[in-house]
Design a protein around this ligand. Sequence first.
Ligand SMILES: [Zn+2]
Ligand SMILES: [Zn+2]
Length: 366
Amino acid sequence: MVEPVTRERDEVGPEQTREIPTRMRALVKPVPGPGAVLTDVPVPDPGPGEVLIRLEAVSVCGTDIHIEQWDAWAAANVVTPRIFGHEMAGRVVRLGEDVTRVALGQRVAAETHLVDWTCYQCRTGRQHVCQHYRILGVHADGAFAQYIVLPESNVWISDTLPAEVAALQEPMGNAVFSVFVEEVAGQSVAVLGCGPIGLMSIAIAKRAGARRVIATDIRSERLELAERMGADVVLDAGAVDVVERIRAETDGDGADVVLEMSGSESALHQGFAAVTNGGRVSLLGTHAHPVTLDVSSEIIFKALRVYGITGRRLFETWYQTRALLEEGLDLSPIITHRFPLSEYRQAFDLVAAGHAGKVVLLPQED
Ligand SMILES: [Zn+2]
Ligand SMILES: [Zn+2]
């Protein structure tokens, strides 16, 4: 632990009159290797086209666990020292020059892909796979801190949402993109893996008019959450024949839509086996190792459409996500824990163990 940083005035008031300290607490990966330190760093200054945000809520993502534990992916992608964390919400407290769209005091979330807006993909509506994208909290300083500077172009105004829900729009965008990459109304949907994004996908599919949503996981607490998010059927993948049960729940046809959210190779094969001929599969769960597929029998002869899902569409997915939340989609069952930033260790351990839903860190609390 470090000495507490300069405290701000406690009074509530317009963000414009709030004192902005010169130093702040931040969770930093100081050098390559496992671990992180909570330390005292300068509050960044917004440059032209950028805004300074006082962070209110930052949720913990699997990516943050990879960075904290320093796996091969982190070693290949993160340059230290780096403030990490990216699923964020806060209020705009300072504007750089030439900022026109965002106003002081607004609550905002962040699109976490920092893109160049000029490459082939960016100029053809596919900014989420920009050739030069950098990810907040991975390739640029992130949000496990009291303040962050963001380009105005990455700010998503979220005045209608509570801070922790605003922060969850980023991972929820992954779920929305996975579910909505094709029509889902009237379709049977199998969600394989009920981590936070799988759980969100259940609620999104139900609200969008899916016919039957079947959820699988190997942890009982996650299956309970899946039921609370609206799954019609939950299956313990460790105890039942998932493919047989999904077929039985879909008149023997198999699911129209499979959302693979687990990154488990066995679930991937189950998904290709459980999807109906001519159906579609959205792949979001990432795999630590190469997997072996029988492409002919698992994909080609079933005439499947398989989508790799990464990030969110800028900003189509954000509009869809906000609309779902404003229309009453309730994420509250997914938010299982809240901690001050200083208790990050406990938060990370819970997420790493897979026993939590979403864990939210509160950077302004001691
Ligand atoms: Zn994330
Ligand atoms: Zn680009």
